[in-house]
Write a protein that binds this ligand. Sequence first.
Ligand code: ARG
Length: 228
Amino acid sequence: MLTGCGKSDDVLVVGTNASFPPFEYVGGVSGDEIKGFDIDLARQIAKDAGKTLKVENMKFDSLIVALNAGKVDLIASGMTITAERQASVNFSDPYYEATQVVLVNRDNTSIKSVDDLKGKHIAVQLGSTGDIMAKSYSQEVTAFNTGFEAIMELKNAKVDLVLFDSEPAASFLDKNPGLKMVELDFDPEFYGFAVTKEKVELLHSINSTLTTMKHNGEYDALVAKHMK
Ligand code: ARG
């Protein structure tokens, strides 16, 4: 059985934090639809498992708790596979390679290397890998529920920089020409879908959907649709 805790057998509930374009964001004609690369992948995962997809939008740092409480069947949220998270959830095969980048106001020339992050006031999304990394560089880290709020703080010159994932950072830059991206020598990160340790069958089903989509061109089509 692929279902979790008292939910209808034919629904696959995916947990996400829809403030991470182009992976998940709120948009569409009605303005309240949750869309994005992860959501399209999750829709195919649900279809292949013979289910319909239901999306639950929540705070990023609540996702693993919600998963392990049986409120959602999987997490599709641009979540980086880390050893710390692997202690409490299982990840699918990696489905996207990303990295952290720095966002600063356009006239700021003070960040040229990772060393320059030391002691800077950094804004991040709460519970993200950017949050964890920022704390290794600086004691002055302010965490927000969304990357959008972190970027507002930068625009208002309340912080020196934002540390955020590359694709959402690029997407926010499009709408904020007063900011720029600085690419430093950060390690690559790999996104995976997360399921509970018990849902071995669902994990296999997710991985087989990913493998199929990578072979039949649907994965590349989604990259072309969502990424610049
Ligand atoms: N990749 C980062 C992490 O796993 C950030 C993910 C944020 N995702 C989101 N949907 N807000 O910590």
